[in-house]
Write a protein that binds this ligand. Structure first.
Ligand SMILES: [Mg+2]
Length: 483
């Protein structure tokens, strides 16, 4: 790029009219927006080959309103106060929507929430203690740089154990958990209360678990279903279409029996006629790996040995090995949809099932990516990066000064772009894919940005379509336009 090009490009910056002209005529700069309903494929798949469709329930068939996070936060906060005798002053804290994104890591011993990239580097500017960011210099001093060694990271399922100090929050239900952890840390710091961060983490984890395991959340949802569950008008039509085409369907969920009311609301009263097998309280991810629990009937004799899984019955517990033995539904003829990257979607690697990831955040991020402001900022960011790359070879003082100015401007731009998304993107750090994104891309699956695959429209399940990996160019792994 010669000097005139540089001057021309710089002169466009800050002048919207000329900048739009540049976008229109410069073939190097694309203004193509991404369809928020696009399906992203990691691997080619033909729906014609799929004979059996499996579904998770929470955030796959059932998508919850934002009220649910407030409900979980409030119940868990009150459990901390009443059961674990935490200070009454915590009641002043309320759920903060958009405070956290999925996939963040939490340093259990240091009580810090942060974003880590695919190469185990902490993204500076995203480290939070309580509700406030930690200065970069302090982060670098604490971690002796930004790298987190592999042995400190959580296990395959994102859990912190055996000396792992970093817990990764993977499911959508963990958003209120991260927010509650941050609020309690904030309260203790604000009031100069000396506390043990490891105990705090365990107490919050137990309180959140009580909300789910003791059925408190599900009972509250059942009592006010209109408030908490979003109605999916196409769901019944698509499930019927699958059934009419002779496709088998099954449901494996951690939810208790109360899901019946939710399924009636979403799919219709006859929903059980559509599913060949329904298993509740499955205890995923243990369901997929642990052979010790046996499937039993939900409302009949618990000790009765199950030799056949019958349509119309509802079963509970069990394990995948038993499920495969009883159904013979093995290999790539099965497509299973879920929203938990680790527990729902590594089935492909272990058992050969096809998997579809439900990632509602994709839709929101794509919509932000498609705004004119975002595209202009990203285009200028890319142009600046190109300028820096081209001009850095010139070592004279004047050129160095200009390059330094561009580097500073690029950092300001990155901050502005990052501020458009709370704690940034689910998929990108400043420079690299996130840890979450790397795990997602390791799985040969499809990613659906809408709340359920059923919302993609009946035509998708015309059962002759293919999903091809060419979409990757704009897919979650390669969203270079999202920082
Ligand atoms: Mg789920």
């Amino acid at each position: 790029m010669n000097h005139l090009d540089v001057q021309r490009l710089r002169s466009y910056h800050g002048n919207t009219h000329d900048f739009v002209t540049l976008l229109r005529f410069d073939p190097c700069i694309s203004t193509n927006s991404v369809n928020p309903d696009t399906i992203f494929a990691n691997n080619e798949m033909s729906l014609q080959d799929i004979e059996i469709y499996g579904f998770d329930y929470d955030y796959t068939l059932a998508f919850y309103s934002s009220h649910l996070h407030t409900l979980i936060f409030n119940i868990a906060r009150d459990i901390l106060i009443t059961k674990h005798r935490y200070p009454e002053g915590l009641r002043k804290y309320e759920y903060i929507p958009n405070f956290a994104v999925r996939g963040l890591h939490y340093d259990v011993q240091k009580a810090l929430l942060m974003k880590i990239d695919a190469f185990h580097y902490i993204q500076l500017g995203t480290v939070y203690r309580g509700l406030h960011p930690v200065p970069d210099e302090e982060v670098i001093a604490m971690y002796e740089g930004c790298h987190v060694p592999l042995e400190n990271m959580s296990d395959f399922y994102g859990k912190s154990s055996h000396g792992h100090t970093m817990k990764q929050f993977m499911d959508i239900f963990s958003l209120p958990e991260m927010t509650l952890l941050s609020c309690v840390n904030d309260f203790f710091m604000k009031h100069n209360i000396d506390y043990e961060p490891v105990h705090l983490y365990k107490d919050v984890k137990e309180a959140i678990r009580d909300v789910h395991v003791k059925g408190i959340m599900y009972r509250a949802v059942e009592a006010d279903i209109d408030k908490y569950i979003c109605y999916g008008e196409q769901s019944q039509a698509v499930l019927n279409k699958l059934s009419e085409h002779g496709k088998k369907m099954f449901l494996i969920t951690n939810s208790p029996l109360t899901l019946c009311k939710g399924m009636s609301y979403i799919v219709g009263k006859d929903w059980r006629d559509l599913f060949d097998v329904v298993i509740v309280q499955a205890d995923k991810p243990s369901f997929f790996n642990d052979r010790r629990k046996y499937v039993c009937q939900c409302v009949a004799l618990l000790w009765d040995r199950i030799h056949r899984l019958e349509k119309g019955q509802i079963y509970k517990q069990g394990n995948l090995y038993e499920f495969l033995r009883l159904t013979s539904w093995r290999g790539s003829k099965v497509l299973y949809f879920g929203d938990h990257i680790y527990s729902d979607l590594d089935l492909t690697l272990k058992h050969g099932w096809r998997t579809g990831a439900i990632i509602p955040e994709l839709r929101k991020e794509i919509k932000i990516m498609n705004t004119e402001e975002y595209m202009h900022m990203m285009t200028w960011l890319q142009a600046l990066t190109g300028l820096i790359e081209h001009m850095q070879v010139h070592r004279d003082p004047a050129s160095s000064s200009v390059v330094q100015e561009w580097i500073r401007e690029r950092e300001v731009h990155r901050q502005r772009i990052s501020s458009m998304l709370s704690l940034g993107s689910l998929f990108r750090t400043y420079h690299n894919p996130t840890y979450f994104s790397r795990r997602l891309s390791q799985l040969p699956q499809q990613s659906f940005p809408r709340r359920t695959p059923l919302q993609q429209g009946v035509s998708l399940f015309g059962l002759r379509q293919s999903c091809c990996p060419e979409r990757l160019a704009t897919g979650p792994q390669n969203q270079s336009r999202i920082k």
